[in-house]
Design a protein around this ligand. Sequence first.
Ligand SMILES: C[S@@+](CC[C@H](N)C(=O)[O-])C[C@H]1O[C@@H](n2cnc3c(N)ncnc32)[C@H](O)[C@@H]1O
Length: 289
Amino acid sequence: MDFGKIQRLTAEEFAKFSKLVYDESGIFMKEAKITLLSNRLRKRLSELKIETFSEYYEYINNLKDKHVEIEALLDVVSTNETYFFRNERHFEALSKKCFQDIAERKKDRKLRIWSAGCSTGEEPYTISICVNEQMSLFKGWDIEILATDIAYSVMEFAKIGRYSGRRIEKVPPDLLKKYFKQVPGVDDVLEITDDVRKLVKFKPLNLFKDSFPADVDIIFCRNVMIYFDKEHQKLLVSNFYKSINKSDGYFFIGHSETLHSVSDDFIYVKILDAPIYIPKERKNEFSNR
Ligand SMILES: C[S@@+](CC[C@H](N)C(=O)[O-])C[C@H]1O[C@@H](n2cnc3c(N)ncnc32)[C@H](O)[C@@H]1O
């Protein structure tokens, strides 16, 4: 069977699969995404050697424990585009302002950062490079960058820590030299150094099914909410608000995302020209600047 020849989803099949994806992950797909969803599901059909979308839907429904197959389905369906230093202004503000601020305030000497929807690891490793660059602020601190995603294959890629091409294009040359090493016998692929790797802990986490970490100082959830409808965005942000430290928290979202009409718990501020959100409890600090 040539699985490339499997036709597009019918409207009825699209409705069933898009509902399943929505119910399991919050990812909302308009009908215009029918070709995209067909292409992505075709990959899974080919792996399972199933010849039609309807058979695949039945296959899932007949499974006693659907959990594993749903994970595999979400793994092929999710969009995982990412690269190092994506929206570099965020990292400039993080390094030059947020870290300083947290280092001065936190008496427990713990730094907790969460990259929610970390995909193939470029975002948490970029954060780790920034922490490493500012390590003089955090001598003796207990530091953890938690990196989570719903898709397991991207996290397996992330754990290997090897990158090339577009993924590392935006890393400034001095940082590329300092935090990446050659891979013996492999051209054009670089591996992150142990200093970058050791701060990052990967963990599978579905933002709508699993519990959130507590006492987080900095949350990155960039280019993830864009896939959810308003109802899920509201729920997600209210849960982030419960997780974040109210006295020193910073919340980073993607440049095409907004919390306008999603949440009043966070306030929009510009730090070194970078758009960032802070918990509403910190409003006065920023209005005085
Ligand atoms: C486009 S990537 C964003 C990567 C990175 N944050 C960035 O901005 O470069 C979106 C990621 O969100 C993840 N994702 C989507 N729905 C999710 C959910 N319900 N729970 C956890 N992760 C989810 C996807 O698997 C994907 O890896």
